[in-house]
Design a protein around this ligand. Structure first.
Ligand code: HEM
Length: 179
């Protein structure tokens, strides 16, 4: 970890992973908008199929993508800043933690509920009244989590505004700038 060239390449590799994770989270969110739009006006079977697909995407792509973003973010901090963590990173940590807690406590169960009620509706040939409740929970908490994630992007991009000692960090002893 001591060679500047190694650290520079480790930083770039981690940043690539960070952005791939982010792309998965944001990409699946937009894909879900499309799936919802395409399946909510059709038959109950189609509605149920759409909810199953969104659930599968959330479990197989969104969650791993979010965890990859967090893990690579921690790696980026270690490689670039070590123990001198700038203030803007803490802002990201707070936003990400709140987002993760809301996603696990509210969005996940609401998605599960919407999926189960959509399946029940398809099996019984009538729309379950509980489906609308689950859907509004998904919509409220899902939007808050997505807004928190989007808010984290400008914090990362405009970091100098929130940081202290940033320029010393960017041009460490050897003058290497990583990016
Ligand atoms: C949903 C959560 C997150 C989002 C949306 C996000 C977004 C981004 C983006 C867009 C960049 C690229 C910025 C640039 O190159 O100018 C970035 C870089 C970075 N992120 Fe994140 N990030 C998230 C979570 C985290 C977490 C949890 C950490 C730390 C624990 C973290 C630490 C970093 C670091 C250290 C960089 C490199 C910034 C630099 O010094 O150039 N990120 N992040």
């Amino acid at each position: 970890m001591s060679s500047p060239a190694f650290r520079r390449n480790a930083f770039r590799a981690l940043l690539t992973l960070h952005l791939i994770g982010l792309t998965l989270v944001i990409g699946v969110r937009f894909a879900s908008f499309g799936i919802e739009h395409a399946t909510s006006a059709g038959s109950l079977q189609f509605l149920s199929w759409g909810r199953e697909l969104m659930g599968t995407l959330a479990r197989s792509l969104t969650l791993p993508g979010f965890l990859l973003t967090i893990a690579s973010g921690i790696g980026l901090v270690v490689v670039r800043y070590g123990k001198r963590v700038p203030r803007w990173v803490w802002a990201k940590v707070v936003l990400t933690t709140v987002g993760l807690v809301l996603a696990v406590k509210f969005v996940g169960p609401a998605l599960e509920g919407a999926r189960n009620w959509a399946r029940w509706s398809a099996q019984h040939g009538q729309l379950a009244p509980q489906f609308a409740d689950s859907l509004s929970q998904v919509s409220i908490y899902g939007s808050i989590v997505f807004a928190l994630i989007l808010l984290t992007i400008p914090v990362a991009v405009w970091k100098p505004v929130l940081s202290f000692g940033m320029h010393q960090n960017l041009t460490r002893k050897s003058g290497d700038t990583f990016t």
